[in-house]
Design a protein around this ligand. Structure first.
Ligand code: NDP
Length: 282
């Protein structure tokens, strides 16, 4: 049976460090503050928002919420972003995406001050992840994977890491973060010729494709460390990952469960980024 790498202990260790960090900021008269911007009421956004509010409260981060109806105009959203940019008391901004179709998501993301981009949505933040300059914040989910690997003592140097999925939210930035830790990285996608063979070669396998149980026994090899980023609903209505958990449990050395794995760490990473921004912006 594989080790089950749960997210909760990782989140707890991070939170304890963050509470101390927030305390030090308080002494300097700084109240770390996060703006949460939501357009519409998608259940997954509401659920993440509840988690973020809880985590921020635990750490000592003040949250300002900005909610717009689904049919809001792009100009209204841009006004909010500009307000956030100008507000010296706000250190970070979480903007839920995807935005409604009638909005130009690229333009809205580009409007956010990169210094407040705590979820890696601006080109500036992503450039920093790609250059390894350390000047921007990686998307929280990609960073959460790195926190899990570190917490459970995985030294990535020289390891073969395979990431399934090449989105800008998870796959691509995660590949850069793994590379930054000296892993040898392969990025897979829908045009990958033999996905199962690529996956089997991995020592660290990270699935971020968004397809229920697509990583099966054929993709797995003994001793692998498997991180499952996927959040999907299967035919019976259950929340499942991209990895066939039973198969991984049988073969792999470790597997992150869904739910309770990667997803349980992302709000702690978000809080960490807000505190970092508060230290830098002051
Ligand atoms: P996207 O749909 O933007 O990207 C999916 C990527 O996976 C694409 O690059 C796609 O390839 C690839 N892919 C999809 N199906 C296959 C397949 N059958 N074989 C090989 N590659 C495939 O998704 P996201 O990156 O936004 O999210 C990925 C998953 O992670 C989703 O389940 C999402 O719910 C979850 N997620 C979880 C979070 C968490 O906190 N745990 C946060 C964010 C996302 P191609 O580019 O060729 O189309």
């Amino acid at each position: 049976m594989a080790e089950h790498w749960k997210g909760a202990p990782v989140a707890q260790a991070l939170t304890e460090r963050l509470i101390r960090q927030a305390g030090r900021l308080k002494v300097q008269g700084i109240v770390p503050t996060l703006a949460i911007v939501r357009v519409g009421e998608r259940p997954e956004d509401l659920s993440y928002e509840r988690g973020a509010l809880k985590r921020c409260e635990k750490v000592g981060i003040h949250v300002k919420q900005f909610n717009l109806p689904e049919e809001a105009r792009q100009e209204e959203l841009l006004e909010i972003i500009e307000k956030i940019n100008a507000d010296r008391e706000i250190h970070g901004c979480l903007l839920f995406r995807p935005l409604p179709r009638h909005m130009d998501e690229e333009a809205v993301c580009a409007a956010l001050d990169p210094a407040k981009d705590v979820d890696g949505i601006t080109a500036g933040s992503l450039a920093a992840v790609f250059t390894g300059s350390g000047a921007g914040y990686p998307p929280c989910t990609a960073q959460a994977c790195m926190e899990i690997l570190e917490h459970y003592g995985c030294d990535l140097t020289g390891k073969r890491a395979v990431v399934v999925g090449r989105s800008l939210v998870v796959g691509k930035p995660l590949a850069m973060l793994l590379l930054g830790k000296n892993a040898t990285v392969t990025l897979c996608h829908t045009r990958t010729a033999d996905l199962a063979a690529e996956c089997r070669r991995a020592e660290v396998l990270i699935a971020a494709a968004g397809a229920a149980n697509m990583i099966g026994r054929d993709h797995l090899a003994p001793g692998q460390l498997v991180l499952d980023v996927g959040i999907n609903v299967d035919e019976e209505g259950n929340l499942v990952g991209d990895v066939d958990f039973a198969a991984a449990d049988e073969v792999a050395a470790a597997i992150t469960p869904v739910p309770g794995g990667v997803g349980a760490v992302t709000t702690s990473v978000l809080a960490a980024h807000v505190l970092q921004a508060a230290e830098q912006i002051g």
